[in-house]
Design a protein around this ligand. Structure first.
Ligand SMILES: [Zn+2]
Ligand SMILES: [Zn+2]
Length: 211
């Protein structure tokens, strides 16, 4: 399984543009899923181009929540490539998508790929299960990292979290994780890295994480 960060507040690869927002490409179990779309479609597409990733490669889009720094690039992307979109249940707005699926409760999207369901009426996270280990990718973690980890745990032992953790500061919750890529809006990146240096993975646009 391979996760490539396409859009982030920082750039891992200096050729890519950093901008407030988040998007990543998930390649797992023969599916290529775009998770969120950053704030601006032109930056998203340009960063993808620099990584040699054509929009046509994307099978589906998974939107974590209806905030501009995650959905801003969606219309632009869909104009180039109208794919199926999984939206959180509260999502409003019309998009030129091939199909829009609103996700309320936890559900299986494909073999080994799930949604936590829309938690706290705001945000869903995607869950990928690989060799019994569970990876969860979060947009901003508005429902709370505890709730997201609990929801992901119904699919197996959570070993990896990737994405924005916002103001999360209940650090011991992360102690059993093998991989922590706390990026985007995470306020306490330095503290998380200090406490869990071997699990910590620095994010940024262009970072590739293989699990
Ligand atoms: Zn947000
Ligand atoms: Zn955000």
């Amino acid at each position: 399984m391979k996760i490539t960060i396409l859009y982030d507040n920082d750039a891992w690869n200096p050729q890519l543009q950093a901008d407030w927002g988040f998007a990543c490409l998930i390649e797992a179990f023969d599916k290529t899923i775009l998770f969120d779309t950053g704030a601006r479609g032109d930056i998203l597409i340009d960063n993808m181009k620099k990584l040699n990733i054509s929009p046509d490669r994307v099978d589906e889009i998974f939107i974590s929540h209806d905030h501009w720094d995650h959905t801003g690039g969606l219309s632009h992307f869909l104009q180039l490539h109208p794919a199926r979109v999984y939206m959180p249940s509260i999502f409003s707005g019309a998009y030129p998508a091939e199909e829009i699926i609103k996700v309320h409760d936890a559900e299986k999207l494909h073999d080994n790929i799930y949604s936590t369901g829309t938690l706290q009426d705001i945000e869903q996270s995607i869950v990928i299960k690989n060799n019994k280990k569970v990876t969860v990718i979060a947009g901003c973690s508005h429902p709370g990292v505890d709730k997201i980890l609990d929801a992901a745990a119904q699919f197996g032992e959570v070993t990896t979290i990737i994405g924005g953790l916002h103001g999360f500061n209940d650090f011991p919750l992360l102690k059993n994780l093998e991989n922590i890529c706390a990026t985007h809006c995470t306020q306490y990146k330095n503290e998380i890295q200090r406490r869990y240096p071997s699990a910590y993975i620095q994010g940024g646009a262009g970072k590739v994480i293989e699990i």
